[in-house]
Write a protein that binds this ligand. Structure first.
Ligand code: FMN
Length: 261
């Protein structure tokens, strides 16, 4: 599966984040393309595309906006992620900027989109930019406000999406031998067992992928006795409906692999 992260960056922050995302998706032949240098990349070569731009004066960079409009038809079916970098201080303003950043034709059909924070790098700014930042943002030194948590969440959502896509592509079938023999497709089955924070992450990654997931508890143990009892180790379980098990397992395997890396 071939992926391209198409980005534009003035002082290097968006580029840094684009490369971080590419590293996390390395297993998918992930290419990082600066659209300032490569104005007409061959989009046909890629299965999936991710777009990233920094925000200046409330907008994504003009060259990214032009690029999106010029290649809208090719981008539309392939874009799986949109991200922006910026220094807006309030959540409300960040949401506004993200929502307005890319053409609505791309924004509305993409589920993974995020404002990932930014940096003021005074040493790289022009005198004019320094003046604006000092007067408008009241900041006079370089500062990094990259939202690492948002970056990780963005990557996790993309990974879930790609796992689902590769399942579709390969029509691959996972080992479902450990599933209980039951005709009832809705019965809960364990898909992951771990400590609380791991289970919390798995649950939210599954939910982002559209799979209903919940923690095992005593009541569930009564109706679904094959689910491992929590025991005294502090471990808990994440369970999904049997009909979601195959897809959920693939996502969980990806999660485990990432955490081992
Ligand atoms: C002159 C100037 C104007 C900016 N305007 C905005 C803005 O309107 N909204 C915002 O969220 N960030 C704004 N920023 C912050 C940039 O988006 C931030 O520095 C970002 O990390 C730059 O990424 P880049 O190096 O990839 O271009 C501004 C920065 C400068 C220097």
């Amino acid at each position: 599966m071939k992926i391209a992260i198409l980005y534009i960056s003035k002082h290097g922050t968006t580029e840094k984040i684009a490369k971080q995302i590419a590293d996390a998706l390395a297993e998918y032949d992930c290419n990082v393309i600066d659209i300032k240098k490569h104005k007409h990349p061959d989009l046909e070569k890629f299965d999936y595309l991710i777009l990233g731009s920094s925000i200046y004066a409330g907008k994504i960079q003009q060259a990214m906006d032009n690029f999106c409009h010029q290649y809208l038809a090719q981008l539309q079916p392939k874009v799986i992620g949109l991200f922006v970098c910026g220094m807006q201080p309030t959540e409300e303003q960040r949401e506004q900027e993200l929502m307005r950043a890319f053409p609505s034709e791309l924004f509305e059909r993409t589920t993974t989109k995020s404002f990932l924070g930014g940096e003021f790098l005074f040493e790289k700014m022009s005198i004019w930019e320094r003046w604006i930042v000092r007067h408008i943002s009241k900041v006079s030194n370089s500062v990094s406000m990259i939202n690492d948590h948002a970056v990780q969440q963005f990557i996790s959502k993309l990974q879930s999406h790609l796992v689902l896509a590769s399942l579709d592509d390969n029509n691959s079938s996972l080992d479902v031998n450990k599933l209980p023999e039951t005709e009832d497709d809705d019965l809960p089955v364990e898909v992951f067992s771990g400590v609380m924070w791991e289970c919390g992450m798995v649950k939210s990654i599954l939910e982002d992928a559209g799979i209903e997931a919940f923690f095992n508890n005593e009541n569930l143990g009564n109706v679904a006795p094959w689910i491992a009892a929590p025991g005294g180790s502090g471990a808990i379980n994440v369970v999904v409906a049997k009909h979601d098990f195959q897809t959920a397992s693939a996502i969980v395997q990806q999660f485990i692999k990432n955490n081992e890396a």
